[in-house]
Write a protein of this length. Structure first.
Length: 121
């Protein structure tokens, strides 16, 4: 059964949730961003369906600036555990995400919305 999770940057539509994988559609409002984060176990693959944005990438420990990659429809990126990342929407952005089922495995390093659980790098 599909469920929607409201976020300060937009929403997640979770359309598949099994013991083996999770499928989501992320809708990110223009000018908004997901937290700068990494995962200890979770593996994600994302494909941009609509809109334009940026993917900010780094590796732990963070010792320099993050790499910034422009993303647009058709862009695909694979994120292994401990890859620091953030998606920033330049325009309204729609992303298909398929991941391992570790939904609570999020270490936030920065969050512009002040959500709980944000850690210092």
């Amino acid at each position: 059964m599909t469920r929607f999770v409201e976020k300060p940057w937009g929403q997640e539509e979770i359309f598949a949730e099994t013991p083996y994988y999770v499928g989501k559609i992320l809708t990110v409002k223009a000018g908004h961003a997901l937290s700068l984060q990494y995962h200890e176990r979770k593996i994600e693959t994302m494909r941009v369906l609509a809109g334009e944005g940026e993917l900010h990438l780094g590796t732990l420990p963070l010792t320099g600036p993050l790499q910034v990659v422009a993303i647009a429809p058709g862009s695909v990126f694979h994120l292994e555990p401990r890859t620091v990342h953030r998606v920033v929407a330049v325009s309204d952005l729609t992303i298909l995400e398929v991941s391992t089922p570790h939904l609570d495995d999020v270490v936030r390093l920065e969050d512009r919305y002040g959500r709980e659980g944000t850690n210092k790098p």
